[in-house]
Design a protein around this ligand. Structure first.
Ligand code: BGC
Ligand code: BGC
Length: 676
């Protein structure tokens, strides 16, 4: 043993000597440079020492947080710790179970609303749960919701443009201000946590979640996602009463699913994952995001498909160890059970998920609904996971609760703060939403001075989407009662979603506009403004050509979602307008670029991509009218010319499918956007 080691050592020494002799001038140069550098940095350090007497700023707040977490952890039994790792669904958990088991979190599913669906009622309801939980457990729960574009599932909240619209605006400061407003309005309803922002780099428009992310580029998703997080989390002050914990989702590469299918499989290699899909998470971690949600999709890495919810490599090695994420990881809707398509909480999947780095499991109790899934999950954790590892998971959850300052003053901040209610759809937030809409609009073409609309124009406004609040808001918005909020509902009214439609706004500001919903008499005017577009949708249902039998969907979505403009409801209103010979301004309401036939693109005079603007139809009218408000929005996605061009993206990587936008002729390129 001993002699063998000696041989090895002497062999290595010889090798080093040989290398030194061969490269000695280079090595000597390096040593001299190093010494010079050391000398400089030494001096500067001395300067600092001499001038700056360390100021006593009290204990480091992060050290205090960690000490508090240690103390809390010590006071918990093993069962209580494991319960912190569970997120129960509001509709499927009783108050007694909640307070006796001491779950770490409660959430509402995308489609669920309270009756009455007011911020006041949400605050009151959540406060009641919270009271029972703190009385019995001493650890407040985090109540989570999908506040995706405003606290939009709660009636009365300001509904901001969806991610794709903010991507078109491309304005970091605006995104941060919107995030702040969302934080305040969500917290006003007693809610502590949102499953947003989606920083999905959507690379295939067939994907029905394209609109949740900001753009097809990592850069825009990184900048705007981080700005949104800073806004929501009070610029790195989670303890502020108007802050909510944010979630960057869906980790990692959900926007790269093959054929845009949800939930699907990514087939790209690690380089592409790092170049295209990971950068927004680096930015989110830098912005101190509280939570990250792995997707329920799979990544086919080196020929082997792995579910993201059990992928230790991306969750622990990359997110935690490499990027330095210190918040907690929440699994998506039943995602742990969905691994391998099993749909139940098997020991193997639970163990794999927790060992991969999932700290909290979203358990909707979709199966039996009687608490069985939560119980099974906890049993498997207890039997298969070491207490040390459980402690680590709980530590990360408690860290966020402590950063939010939920424990101080008798749990004051765990409860709602009435004073925030005044800010829900306040004048300031209405103005902010209007500004966001103005900046999100993209002018694709404008011939024959069709726009701006002049006072002297005689205008016919047509297309039901001009007057449908639900269509302008899209998915993840308050709907007509239970169920519809998730997928959105074209027939939601201004009673469910506050604000004004494009028609309302025109009627308030213009007297040269005649409303003609179905476009029956365009020849009454000399210009037609036609507002048509997609039915609202969310995950699954919105995928091009999705098989709806797999998904719950509002009846009015029609046979299936489609990326063709010609497949959208009320398309014939547009063709009628063109046939009538008047000037035509087409305003498209959609969650993604839609395929516009060449002949139609040529025949209309102006085209505006309005995305899913939300509450303030006024923002659209502001820019269409002749005043000093101009178009500034730029395309956050390449606008394909034909269906066959999809997927088409800028900076296409070798192992991504489809076309490189630079080598093809899209209808409108990424970054395109005219102004007056
Ligand atoms: C979605 C998530 C969402 C969660 C809770 C899941 O199906 O993928 O984005 O946050 O449901 O509604
Ligand atoms: C829920 C959504 C969830 C979906 C997943 C719906 O019923 O409301 O939040 O994402 O189911 O299947």
């Amino acid at each position: 043993m001993r002699s063998r080691r000696n041989v090895a050592t002497s062999g290595r020494t010889e090798q080093l000597v040989r290398i030194f002799m061969k490269n000695r001038s280079l090595i000597l140069l390096a040593i001299i440079l190093q010494l010079l550098l050391l000398g400089c940095s030494d001096d500067s350090q001395k300067d600092e020492e001499n001038t700056d007497e360390p100021e006593d700023t009290g204990p480091d707040p992060e050290v205090v947080v960690e000490e508090t977490v240690d103390e809390l952890l010590e006071g918990l039994t093993l069962d209580q710790k494991i319960a912190q790792m569970v997120q129960a669904r509001y509709q499927r958990v009783s108050l007694t179970d909640l307070s006796e088991t001491c779950y770490g979190s409660v959430f509402v599913g995308g489609g669920e609303e309270l009756v009455p669906n007011t911020p006041e009622n949400w605050a009151k309801t959540i406060d009641t749960l919270q009271q029972a939980v703190v009385d019995n457990c001493g650890i407040p729960l985090l109540f989570g919701i999908d506040a995706v574009h405003g606290n939009a599932k709660v009636t009365g909240s300001t509904v901001f443009p969806h991610g794709i619209g903010l991507g078109a605006a491309g304005d970091e400061d605006l995104a941060q201000r919107v995030g702040r407003a969302v934080g305040i309005e969500t917290r006003a309803a007693g809610i502590h946590w949102t499953f947003a922002p989606a920083v999905s780099v959507a690379r295939d428009e067939r994907w029905g979640r394209t609109y949740e992310g900001y753009a097809e580029t990592p850069e825009l998703n990184a900048t705007l996602g981080a700005a949104m997080i800073r806004g929501m989390q009070g610029d790195d002050d989670l303890s502020d009463v108007g802050s909510i914990a944010a979630t960057a989702k869906h980790y990692v590469g959900d926007g790269g699913n093959e054929d845009g299918i949800n939930p699907g499989v990514n087939n790209f290699g690690e380089e592409t994952m790092r170049a295209i899909h990971l950068p927004p998470y680096e930015a989110a971690v830098e912005a101190k995001v509280a939570a990250v949600m792995p997707s329920y999709h799979q990544w086919n890495r080196d020929g082997e498909s792995i579910y993201m919810s059990i992928d230790k490599y991306t969750i622990t090695d990359i997110l935690r160890d490499e990027l330095g994420f210190d918040g907690f990881v929440i699994s998506d809707w039943d995602a742990i059970a969905r691994v391998d398509g099993i749909e139940t909480y098997e020991a193997e999947n639970v163990t794999a998920a927790v060992e991969a780095g999932i700290d909290m499991a979203m358990i909707p109790e979709q199966g039996t609904g009687d608490g069985e899934d939560m119980e099974t999950f906890m049993k498997h954790v207890e039997e298969n996971i070491s207490e040390e590892m459980i402690d680590e998971a709980v530590r990360r959850i408690l860290r966020i609760k402590v950063r939010m300052d939920l424990f101080a003053d008798d749990f004051k901040k765990a409860f709602s703060d009435e004073s925030l209610l005044d800010q829900v759809y306040s004048e300031a937030h209405q103005a902010l939403a209007r500004e966001a809409v103005q900046k999100s609009l993209v002018l694709l073409k404008n011939d024959n001075d069709a726009l701006p609309l002049k006072d002297s124009d005689d205008i016919v406004l047509a297309g039901p989407w001009a007057d449908k609040m639900g269509a302008q808001a899209g998915g993840w918005t308050a709907g007509l009662g239970d169920g519809d909020g998730w997928q959105g509902n074209a027939n939601s009214t201004t009673g469910q979603i506050v604000g004004e439609t494009i028609r309302d706004a025109f009627e308030a500001t213009n007297d040269n506009v005649t409303w003609d919903e179905d476009g029956e008499a365009f020849d009454r005017g000399d210009k037609a403004v036609v507002v048509i577009g997609e039915m609202p949708y969310a995950e699954g249902v919105g995928d091009h050509g999705a098989d709806l039998s797999d998904w719950w969907a509002p009846n009015d979505i029609g046979p299936f979602a489609s990326v063709y403009l010609a497949d959208q409801p009320n398309y014939e209103i547009l063709t009628n307008a063109i046939d009538s010979g008047v000037q035509v301004v087409l305003v498209i309401i959609s969650g993604r670029p839609l395929i516009i036939e060449e002949a139609i693109n040529d025949s209309v005079d102006a085209i505006v991509a309005a995305w899913l603007p939300g509450s303030r139809g006024q923002g659209v009218v502001d820019v269409l009218n002749d005043n000093d408000i101009n178009f500034t929005g730029k395309l956050p996605h390449t606008w394909p010319a034909t269906f066959e061009q999809i997927p088409i993206n800028v900076n296409k990587q070798d192992d991504e499918p489809g076309l490189d936008a630079d080598d093809a002729t899209p209808l409108y390129p990424f970054g395109h956007g005219l102004s007056y």
